[in-house]
Design a protein around this ligand. Structure first.
Ligand SMILES: Nc1ncnc2c1ncn2[C@@H]1O[C@H](COP(=O)(O)OP(=O)(O)OP(=O)(O)O)[C@@H](O)[C@H]1O
Ligand SMILES: [Mg+2]
Length: 383
C-alpha cells in the first residue's frame, strides 16, 4: 500500500485541523466586540473621506490583537468596495519588514508602484511613496490605513523614522500593534507629538472566556463527542494561567488531539492535555535554544557538559571549561557573564550565590534548568 494513502486513511478524531491553525481568522471573535468596535469607530472616518486617527493596540501575546484588526480590516474593505471608495488597508508584520525602507517599498509594491527592495536611497523611496497620494485627475484621493503589527521590532531595529514619514504623509493613518505598553520609549518626542494616537487595550482572557473561544473552534475542528467540556475547561484553565493566551489554549487543544490520534484513542482526556502541555513547553525551549546566538549556545553547551559530569558549576569553573570548548573564539570573562545573565533571563539556567563560610567569600553557582537531551537535540547540527 502506498505510504501516503495509509497515512491518509488513518483513523482520526479531527474533522479538519485548519480551524486550529494560528492563521485562521474565525467568523466571530467572542469577547472582543468592544475592541473591534473601538477600531471601527476610528476607521469609519475613512468612509467620509477623512483620514482616520492613528491608533495603537496593546496587549499580551494571544489576546486577539492581530485577529481583531484583520477582522475589522475585512469588514471595512467590504463596505468600501460596495461604495466604490478608494480606501486601502495594508497589513504588514514588522518581523517581515523591519526597516523604513522595506516597509515603504512593500507599501509601494502593494499599491502598484514597484520599488526595488534594495539599492535606492531612502529619499527616493519616500518620494515614490508620497507620490501615491497626489490627487489623480478625478481628484479622488486614496486613503491608506497601514497596520504595523509587532511595531516594536522595527522601532528597535531601525528607529522611529518610519513613523515620522507615515505621520507626515497626507491621507495615511497608522494602526500599530504592540505587545509592550512601553514601546513608546523608542519614539522620539518630535515623532510622538505627530503621532497623536488613540489607544485600545486588549486585556488577557480569563478561563471562562477562553472556554468560549475553544468551544467554537473545537466544534469546527473535532468530530462529535471527542472533546468533553471537562477537557475544554482544563485547556482554558491552563491557558488562563499562561497570561490568558488564546493561542496557547488552541495549541493545547490541537496537540491533545494529535496525541489521541497517535495512540488511536477515540476521545481526548485530561492526561493528553497534560502531555500536550509538556510537549509545547519542550518545543518552546527548543526554539529558544536553536535561535540563540552561537556564542551563547557555546556557553549553554559548556554548562550542559559540566552538568552531565555532575560538576558543581562555579563562575571560575565555567570560564575555564568554556575556554577549552570555544578555543580561539572565546569571549572575555566579563562578556561571558553577560551571556550567563541572558541565559538566566530566558529561564534556561539559574544562578545562586552561596557563602562558603567565614573568610572564604561568596560564589556563584550555576544550575541548568532544562533537559540536557533537549540541548543536544537543539545543537546537534552545530559544530
Ligand atoms: N476572541 C477570540 N475568538 C476566537 N479566537 C481567538 C480570539 N482571540 C484570539 N483568538 C485566536 O488565538 C490566536 C492568537 O490570536 P492573535 O494572533 O490575534 O493574538 P495577538 O494578540 O495578535 O498575539 P501576539 O501578540 O502574540 O501576536 C489566533 O489563532 C486567534 O484566532
Ligand atoms: Mg499578533
Amino acid at each position: 500500500m502506498n505510504i501516503f494513502q495509509k497515512l491518509d486513511e488513518k483513523e482520526t478524531i479531527f474533522k479538519t485541523k485548519e480551524y486550529l491553525d494560528h492563521r485562521f481568522i474565525p467568523e466571530t471573535l467572542p469577547h472582543r466586540n468592544e475592541q473591534i468596535e473601538s477600531i471601527a469607530k476610528y476607521w469609519v472616518e475613512a468612509l467620509n473621506n477623512i483620514t482616520p486617527p492613528d491608533i495603537t493596540l496593546y496587549g499580551k501575546t494571544g489576546t486577539g490583537k492581530t485577529s481583531a484588526t484583520l477582522y475589522a480590516k475585512k469588514q471595512l474593505e467590504e463596505i468600501a468596495s460596495e461604495r466604490n471608495l478608494n480606501i486601502r488597508i495594508e497589513y504588514l508584520r514588522c518581523t517581515d519588514f523591519n526597516t523604513e525602507y522595506q516597509i515603504l517599498a512593500q507599501l509601494c509594491q502593494k499599491l502598484g508602484k514597484p520599488v526595488p527592495f534594495r539599492g535606492w536611497t531612502k529619499a527616493e523611496v519616500v518620494n515614490t511613496f508620497r507620490s501615491l497620494f497626489t490627487k489623480n485627475v478625478l481628484g479622488k484621493d486614496m486613503i491608506l490605513i497601514v497596520i504595523l503589527d509587532e511595531i516594536d521590532v522595527v522601532l528597535k531595529n531601525d528607529g522611529d523614522s518610519i513613523l515620522y514619514t507615515l505621520t507626515r504623509t497626507d491621507n495615511v493613518a497608522i494602526t500599530s500593534i504592540s505587545n509592550y505598553v512601553d514601546f513608546k520609549k523608542f519614539i522620539k518626542p518630535k515623532v510622538k507629538s505627530s503621532l497623536r494616537d488613540r489607544e485600545i487595550v486588549f486585556p488577557p482572557y480569563n478561563a471562562a472566556q477562553l472556554q468560549d473561544i475553544l468551544k467554537e473552534r473545537s466544534q469546527l475542528s473535532f468530530k462529535e463527542g471527542v472533546i468533553s467540556s471537562g477537557v475544554l475547561s482544563y485547556c482554558a484553565a491552563l491557558a488562563a494561567k499562561e497570561e490568558g493566551d488564546a493561542r496557547y489554549a488552541l495549541d493545547l487543544l490541537k496537540t491533545s488531539g494529535e496525541i489521541a490520534d497517535e495512540i488511536g484513542a477515540s476521545e481526548v482526556n485530561r492526561n493528553f492535555v497534560e502531555e500536550a502541555k509538556d510537549r509545547i513547553e519542550h518545543n518552546k525551549i527548543y526554539d529558544v535554544i536553536v535561535t540563540l546566538p552561537i556564542q551563547q549556545q557555546r556557553v549553554l553547551e559548556t554548562i550542559k557538559d559540566l552538568t552531565e559530569k555532575k560538576k558543581e558549576i562555579t563562575s571560575g569553573k565555567l570560564y575555564e571549561s568554556y575556554q577549552k570548548l570555544a578555543k580561539s573564539d572565546a569571549v572575555s570573562y566579563r562578556r561571558l557573564f553577560d551571556f550567563v545573565n541572558e541565559l538566566e533571563m530566558l529561564g534556561l539556567i539559574s544562578t545562586n550565590t552561596i557563602s562558603r563560610g567565614r573568610g572564604r567569600g561568596r560564589t556563584n553557582i550555576i544550575t541548568l534548568q532544562c533537559d540536557t537531551d533537549l540541548i543536544d537535540k537543539a545543537l546537534q547540527f552545530k559544530t
